[in-house]
Ligand binder design. Sequence first.
Ligand code: GAL
Length: 955
Amino acid sequence: MELPHHEDVSPGTGSLPPRAWYAASDAATLCLNGRWRFRLSPAADTEDETFAADGYDDGARDGWGEIAVPGHWVLQGHGAPHYTNQLYPFPVDPPRVPTENPTGDHLHTFELPADWPRDGEAVLRFDGVESCAGVWLNGTELGDFKGSRLPHEFAVGALLRSGRNVLAVRVHQWSAGSYLEDQDQWWLPGIFRDVTLLHRPEGCARDFFVHAGYDHRTGAGTLRVDSDVQGRVTVPELGVDVPTGEPVTLPVEPWTAETPRLYDATLATPGERIPLRVGFRTVALRDGRITVNGRPILFRGVNRHEFHPETGRALDPETMRADVLLMKRHHINAVRTSHYPPHPAFLDLCDELGLWVIDECDLETHGFTAVGWRGNPVDDDRWTPALLDRAARMVERDKNHASVVLWSLGNECGTGSGLSAMAEWIRARDDSRLLHYEGDRSCKDTDVYSRMYADHADVERIGRGEDDGPPERAQLPFILCEYAHAMGNGPGGLSEYQRLFETYDRLQGGFVWEWIDHGIAHPAYGFAYGGDFGERPHDGNFVCDGLLFPDRTPSPGLVEYKKVIEPVRIDGDGPDGTVGITNLHDFADLSHLALTWSFEEDGTTVADGVLAVGPVGPGERAEVKLPPPPRRDPDAETQWTVRAVLAEDTAWAARGHEAAWAQLPVERGMMLPMPGGAVPVRDTDGRRITLGAATFDARTGALRTFHGREIRELRLDVWRAPTDNDNGMPWRPEPTLATRWRALGLDRMLHRVDAVETSAEGLTVRTRVAPAASDLALRTEYLWASNGIELLLRMTVTPEGDWPVPLPRIGIRFGLPGAGDRVRWFGGGPGEAYPDTAAASRIGVWESDIAALQTPYVRPQENGARADVRWAEVGGVRVASDDHPALTARRWTTEQLDAARHRTDLVAGDTVWVSLDAARHGIGSGSCGPGVLPPYELRATGTTSFACVFSPATG
Ligand code: GAL
């Protein structure tokens, strides 16, 4: 049986050979984006193609609506998106796909402008169509193609009419190509990138290849532009004017991601003038290291999928620029274009603003794991032409970008001869870049040893060269192409990875998974994730695992990453007043930065100034002396804050943008006086105990009021709404941390009051807090004392039994009915911080409203804690503690947070629930990777003591 084109393994028919993409030249172009006519059918009816016939589009047919191109029809009211991570949402029977195959017929009528040139040829370009398209112009079939995130062009000159032209495109959601596009993301069919008609004048180049290397020993660049048509290459700034094919060598400033120096140039052929932006740089493997311009580089990277909450993978130029600017502002220096070549304009931005790019081919066959990799296309020669086509379309399109330093064969395809064929083709075509592929541990086709989610210990072994494996691999540099899974609250453990990267030369950094949450804007849910459209199978909110929320607000994970990868390390000795400045750039010196100091008393700046530092080259360190401390209040806690900020505006941030900071503690400050003296008094009816300005329930010992203000349910709390990292990897056989917590009953601990005792010192309440059906317990004692105004709580928690799980937290929680919105605190801020995500938390006096304290994770979970709190004021109450607890304040309870599936499930109540945690379990990145590192585990062993003092708020 002959298969229809969408089900055959071929890459397609009729399209032109791939070539370099460029934004504009002096040749005419016509953008065909806009409103197109659209009809969705439930199946691929390959018999009836009448919609494409000349004359069909008379404007009055039933069943047709309109759609925006570029766009995905499932995001425009036709059908629905479907999310799976690894699984194919159709039977694995390559290359066949279901008969139920949503098929979108598109019609677009356009007129050629009156001045459209008559000479030469014209091509019709599709920059991206998912997953397979058949194309007709004015009733003539041009061909068909697969390869969703790759360009395809057709010669159409002979078919163009001077008046009305009708373009017909039939797009199938499922095709043989879908087997090669099993990336972890929404399945989003449609013409989702630009459609353009391009004039190809007589005498224009079909294709050209810009070779621009840099010799770091001589400081000379060598430029050669190869073209199939003779022309001239000019670089006015360098006085270059040479024929194509002829190299020219001369002194230049090199291009790096830190110093993205581009030279404007022109390629002029008899038919066309093409503007070029040339960056001189040489990528090489030297002594087992990835080097650029002779120096090893360290990737501080992210994996970037193309995503917008309203338009899916159809990205407008502003969004692309916003992504690059956000990356640069957060010190990210590298992007892996997971897992397909991005819109080509994105790479222009990477050239211009400076990012190292691993350009990845549109290839993933992950779903074959479900069938033991049987029939995997990358190990089946029949598919090799399709794989080679994809490799060529990526390399040819993107070969002229200085930013692209590695080609990646694809992601999670297993192993096979098809990958080797791709590698061989790419090496033959472009020997100026290195090759990446993570999925083959033999590394036979690659120049780097790459892994994903390896834990710290493993990475350290690799760094030391102690890993097993083929001997050739031991010679290769190592990167983590994915790590630090940024799903929900987290990732934890970033600092520890960075320390390893900076310690071992072989480790050349990594790429956080991933840049942005793929939550789809939804009227009822806020942002939707897998399953929210009723689709099956699905992988839930695993699609929301980015450093940005879907609306591109930075999550605390991005703020933490920014701190961890800051390109300057500031350290020192506060009491001594010395500061060390280490330049962690690979190329840039620090002349673009200005250093400042400030001196703080109890979190408030009392003096500041400029810190003069001499030249510090890349990799160098300088020591400077701070001025004498301008100390005034001898009781205050004091510290220095040293900052490095941009001295001038740059293309990606304004002057003053913070590049690095550190706080150096000087004096701890006076310890909190512990109030006492007031004697507890029982009411005559025996129901109440009064202690200073506080009243307690005489039977339960529960605090009821303080200075007349109602306090609800103040008691020990160990539960947190599990984070995505607590929820772990549900597909693994072993139970996840959250499953074990729930099985034990940590979410429903039972509190038994054993004694409520009064004495001259105060009130003692002894309790036993324990889960049902278990003999494990936490003996908890509350000791209350007062001086009449202030109220002291000392809590001790002593575990009984051998606890098989770490505890989520040990702290108190209480409700403040009718509390206002304002919260002030002296401690860590401004954002949330957990034990292993606290690098970006800085000590100061902060203020927020309750709503702004919540971190809006797409799936609600534990969030919003501020670390190291010395005092906090909320709802008219001030709480101070020398134990520096973590603070959360919410208008819902932990139980409500735990039960919520979407943000919109959380409804603000009148009571503010405050938690003060003496200790907390860390976050880790167990949603896909290592769990919490041992130092950040909260083991239930030994006694935890916690003290705090309540007083009326002053502010
Ligand atoms: C990797 C994969 C990514 C993503 C990630 C988890 O295995 O390459 O595409 O699925 O895991 O979010």
